[in-house]
Design a protein around this ligand. Structure first.
Ligand SMILES: [Zn+2]
Ligand SMILES: [Zn+2]
Length: 247
């Protein structure tokens, strides 16, 4: 989300939740409002097994600590896993840390770096390079039961991005502007189209839309990319649910 979309809350900024991936629930990039939205959309904040934070920008980490508190039943139980970039977990130069030592103390935490894979029981999480303000920021590809879910997080388009996300069944991209309206450190519509074209996912989801797209028919942009790539492309909406068995 750009700062204005976050501050005005024209679109919610709570990130997204992957439910029942091999029995586990993972909250990804819990920005401002993640806890409130969890309640609002009828999900149980206690039923959380993992929290993933891609980088040290508030729109991605703001509610991480409170979700960690709910995951650990108010820090009374040793439970759950925290996955995050170096900046998020340990801090890197002026970025982070975003989670206090106290909040890291009741869960297993994993520092995820580009190209590394972390095994979470029978789920594999591969860290994927981003080029963004936070130099240690990461996207991921999650692999379980032959299903691959990829998330770009915030990044500039770069040559190897499609290769790192290849074979994704579901590709979730942070797309901040439409068409060729590129701003520094982020994907625009044309970048996402190029990525979708090369990765050929069963479903591509545009999220993290900036104000300009939100106010200007984002669905039309999704249709345009869909036509260009011959893939199903949708725009994430507040409270949207997608059944992974039906893609
Ligand atoms: Zn962001
Ligand atoms: Zn960012």
């Amino acid at each position: 989300m750009d700062d204005f979309a976050t501050i005005t809350q024209k679109r919610m900024t709570g990130g997204f939740r992957l439910e029942n991936i091999n029995g586990k629930n993972l909250h990804v990039d819990p920005g401002p409002g993640a806890l409130v939205r969890t309640h609002q959309f009828g999900l149980d904040p206690f039923k959380l097994d993992g929290v993933f934070i891609s980088h040290a920008h508030t729109d991605h980490y703001n509610d991480a600590e409170i979700l960690i508190e709910s995951m650990t039943r108010g820090m009374t139980k040793y439970k759950g896993h925290i996955f995050g970039s170096l900046s998020v977990i340990k801090g890197y130069k002026k970025w982070g840390p975003c989670i206090s030592k106290y909040h890291l103390s009741k869960s297993r935490y994993h520092l995820l770096q580009k190209g590394q894979t972390v095994k979470w029981d029978d789920i594999y999480i591969k860290g994927i390079k981003t080029i963004h303000g936070d130099p240690t920021g990461i996207g991921f590809q999650l692999n379980f039961n032959d299903l691959k879910i990829s998330y770009t997080s915030d990044t500039t388009y770069y040559h190897k991005l499609p290769e790192y996300h290849k074979h994704a069944d579901i590709l979730i991209g942070s797309v901040i502007r439409s068409g060729s309206d590129r701003i520094k450190d982020h994907l625009c519509g044309d970048d996402f189209s190029k990525l979708v074209e090369k990765v050929k996912p069963k479903l591509a989801i545009m999220t993290h839309l900036g104000m300009k797209v939100i106010m200007n028919n984002p669905e039309a942009e999704a249709r345009r990319i869909s036509k260009q790539t011959n893939c199903k492309v949708i725009v994430a909406k507040d409270g949207m649910t997608i059944d992974l068995n039906k893609i």
